[in-house]
Write a protein that binds this ligand. Sequence first.
Ligand SMILES: *Cc1c(COP(=O)(O)O)cnc(C)c1O
Length: 374
Amino acid sequence: MTAPYLLTPGPLTTSPETKAAMLCDWGSWDDDFNRVTANVRTQLLAMAEAGSNTFACVPMQGSGTFAVESALACAVAPGGKVLVLMNGAYGQRAAQLLHTMGRRYVILDKGDYLPPQPEEVDAVLQQNPEITAVFLVHCETSSGILNPLDAIADVVHAHGKTLIVDAMSSFGGVPISLAKTPIDVLISSANKCIEGVPGFGFVIIRKALLAEGKGRAHSLSLDLHAQWEYMECTGQWRFTPPTHTVVAFQAALAQHHDEGGVQGRCARYTRNRDALVAGMRALGFSTLLEDPWLSPIITTFLSPTDPAFEFNAFYAALKARGFLIYPGKLIAVESFRIGCIGQLDAPVIETLLAAVHDALIEMGVSPCPDSWSA
Ligand SMILES: *Cc1c(COP(=O)(O)O)cnc(C)c1O
């Protein structure tokens, strides 16, 4: 059986070259591996357009959440207070992390699918001068919304606050420039738009802020400053690194570069998204979000109201045809998500659309737009 396409926000479908890079074993203390780590860190700074005098890139073992936790623990002083901009699961998770580590926070909760607006952020910052930092999820993967990063960054900067951005599912696939946009901390991971495999995340952080974070962490292993200090001194990771993941990531970075960097990747993901949305709409599905908010990362579709539609059966029918989709994460409405990232292109999306059509027939849902449009 050939492996299915992962139409998910990561782990995602990786290339044969990336998989092949994992066929060697590496010594975690060896110079050859240390060079890979150094090279990856340098390339990530360049991708973010983050000057190496001002910013540091610190990789952190674990899934993306581990990197978010270590970044928050470093960038938020014990006496600080964070405004968490929330419109989905990952904003909620940031608040949960702050709660767990005993940091103060307030939330601006926009529900499932509305973007936080710059004016709202401005108003909250006016009213709460004790806020020291703002946390924003760039692409909120739970709905697929692309939040207005640049406009919010300007507001946060004007108030002189620290901006922490969870760019987990956008970095590498959507242009972000730390030279142009005032961001202090940016977090992402290996297994999203750079198309590596899971195993570590990374934090790009203003060096001055990193220095202030010394000794702040609530956790030994998730101490970002200690990780950075050790890496600067020895070239090594502080504890066992995910060696195979790191070398696979280096291979993935080379392919990212060959594809034309962030611009090239964004163009392919956008073509995927456009083909997907147009094709699904032709089959009668509606997107949760209006067009201006659709990211080129993942799209949420509302489940048909036809009683014959059942997500688990739909999932199984698509899996049998070689595609893994993603359940919805909304509270109010039935939905499911289809990702546009990973090693896939428009012809794969066309095959998927044919599979969706067949799955609907199999379930007895009429793929006729007028029969169940909301
Ligand atoms: C994937 C993702 C994370 C991290 O999730 P993990 O399961 O810990 O890898 C965080 N934020 C966003 C927006 C994500 O898409």
